[in-house]
Design a binder for this molecule. Structure first.
Ligand code: ADE
Ligand code: ZN
Length: 325
């Protein structure tokens, strides 16, 4: 097997990480108390017991209510700093952090509170050994109009945001619903990525749409592309990045999809490994690589390639990439 020290020592980029999914039970309780929010849980065990799900829908039903404890700029800053410290311990040198403004603005927390708190942590990240960036995600189960309004609200903070993504429930919310939003995002200079979740109804059609109509540079998850070898060849040719999350996959589907992740990487696609929502799925990036390595008997070359690919498909500047590669 591949030892953990080898994995941790490799410089890597974490490119698929929802900051709201890093809310550990300890911090949730601390913020609930600080803000006087009654979450109906009073111990770590209570909170852990509530982190119970069998698929994406049941996960999201736990995930959104938990955010109620996030109210102030300091809350968002503390959340992101806790993640960054944990990521640094795993050898993450670059973190591109998803955040869901609509999950906060929809419950009365201003966009400015969210972005100011996260930005404060991003500015402090280099002192922890991490180069950090923010990716604004739209919630695909909300309207395209709400996404467009969120995009417009982000423009005063354009310099703090590297790109946009699309998350939440894919069922009934295909990528073309957001074609105009992503076209506008591209126009203002945001980089583009989108979730194409594992084994969704219409997965392969949605992957075709994001590649041909939306024009993304990366796909979050996306391993169902293997159903269409011509699309795989195209993704390889175009250098499309895939951000795969084995531990998360094993919670929201029947397995970690390790064979698919490895097949895609060995086919020549740029594949990175990430943790998605580590506080909920119980594994940060090192745990994800370790789990995949054990399940698929990865070679050291495989692990090195995954780490290098994560740097290559990151949206860091070229000088930084050259230092890490
Ligand atoms: N938002 C946070 N985690 C997610 C996931 N695993 N899939 C879709 N949306 C999400
Ligand atoms: Zn995700």
């Amino acid at each position: 097997g591949i030892d953990r020290g080898f994995i941790d020592a490799l410089p890597k980029a974490e490119l698929h990480l929802h900051i709201e999914g890093t809310l550990e039970p300890e911090l949730k309780l601390e913020l609930a108390e600080r803000n006087g929010v009654d979450i109906g849980q009073s111990s770590i065990e209570d909170v852990r017991a509530s982190y119970e799900f069998t698929d994406l829908t049941s996960f999201l039903a736990v995930y959104y209510p938990a955010m109620e404890v996030l109210r102030t700029e300091d809350d968002f800053r503390d959340l992101a700093l806790a993640y960054l410290r944990r990521a640094a311990a795993d050898g993450v040198v670059r973190a591109e952090i998803f955040f869901d403004p609509q999950a906060h603005t929809s419950r009365g927390v201003p966009f400015a509170t969210v972005i100011d708190g996260l930005w404060s942590a991003v500015q402090e990240a280099p002192s922890l050994g991490v180069d950090a960036a923010l990716i604004l995600c739209f919630l695909r189960d909300m309207s395209a109009q709400s996404a467009m309004e969120t995009l417009e609200a982000s423009l005063p903070y354009r310099d703090r945001i590297v790109g946009v993504g699309l998350d939440s429930d894919e069922r009934g919310n295909p990528p073309e619903k957001f074609a105009a939003v992503f076209a506008r995002a591209k126009e203002v200079g945001y980089r583009l990525t989108m979730h194409c979740d594992i084994d969704q109804v219409g997965s392969i059609e949605n992957i075709g749409t994001v590649l041909h109509e939306i024009g993304v540079e990366r796909i979050d998850h996306g391993t169902n592309i293997l159903e269409d070898p011509a699309l795989v060849a195209e993704a390889v040719e175009r250098g499309i990045g895939f951000t795969c999350c084995p531990v998360s996959n094993s919670f929201v589907t029947a397995d970690m999809k390790g064979a698919e992740i490895l097949a895609l990487s060995r086919a020549g696609a740029k594949v990175s490994i990430a943790s998605d929502d580590p506080a909920y799925f119980g594994g940060y990036v090192g745990d994800n690589i370790e789990a995949l390595a054990a399940a698929q008997e990865l070679t050291r070359e495989d692990v090195v390639r995954l780490a290098r690919d994560s740097i290559e498909i990151s949206w860091a500047d070229d000088a930084a990439k050259a230092r890490w590669l």
